[in-house]
Design a protein around this ligand. Structure first.
Ligand code: HEC
Ligand code: HEC
Length: 149
């Protein structure tokens, strides 16, 4: 029986550590994105970003404008849009530094520019290509782990 106790204690601790609405000042870890459809549809052109990286307003606007997604057509059928929208909104974050902003880029969100306020030359690290290539610097990015730079 004891062997079953330990995982549940660990799980309870994990739930306590990650509140539903992370107050952003840059947590070390954001809940991983587990929804299979969102991972598949939003992970083909770039990493499937975790919902907590943007506020709900941002995701709502993004899901309304998928036919012009940063110059790409990322349109999906309405049922998929509804499903993914619900996943993103349910896990959305809250940027304590800019509570009313609706950034479309994670890399332009206030918490991001605050956490990444370092010399421009650091973005020239080989393999980075764009700031949104989180995994180039954060090996655990796919799992929501960002404290290992
Ligand atoms: C057809 C390819 C494609 C698909 C599919 C796609 N995206 Fe994108 N996405 C892009 C491109 C291109 C950019 C801009 C990349 C850049 O300029 O650095 C982008 C950028 C983003 C950004 C901003 C990253 C930053 O710069 O901070 C977010 C957030 C994002 N996408 C979310 C999503 C979500 C959510 C989905 C699923 C509904 C999705 N994407 C599906 C192509 C795609
Ligand atoms: C050029 C490398 C680089 C890229 C690309 C990058 N980061 Fe970072 N990030 C860093 C560094 C370095 C720090 C630590 C800054 C510090 O210690 O002050 C950091 C800090 C963070 C933190 C705060 C972690 C903590 O311990 O408080 C988060 C969250 C984060 N990054 C998320 C992201 C996300 C999401 C992306 C992609 C959209 C991204 N980063 C892209 C280098 C990068």
């Amino acid at each position: 029986m004891r062997t079953f106790l330990f995982p549940s204690v660990a799980l309870a601790a994990a739930v306590l550590a990650f509140p539903v609405l992370p107050a952003w000042a840059g947590p070390d870890r954001v809940p991983p994105l587990t929804d299979a459809l969102t991972r598949a549809e939003c992970g083909t052109c770039h990493m499937a970003f975790q919902p907590a990286l943007l506020p709900a307003r941002s995701w709502e606007r993004m899901m309304d404008t998928l036919s012009d997604h940063f110059g790409d057509d990322a349109s999906l059928p309405p049922d998929k849009v509804a499903h993914i929208r619900a996943v993103l909104v349910a896990g959305a974050g809250r940027d304590r530094r800019a509570p009313d902003a609706t950034p479309q880029r994670i890399t332009e969100a206030r918490w991001f520019t605050h956490e990444h306020d370092f010399a421009p030359s650091r973005w020239q690290k080989p393999g980075v290509v764009t700031k949104s290539n989180c995994a180039a610097c954060h090996r655990g990015a796919e799992q929501g782990v960002y404290d290992d730079d």
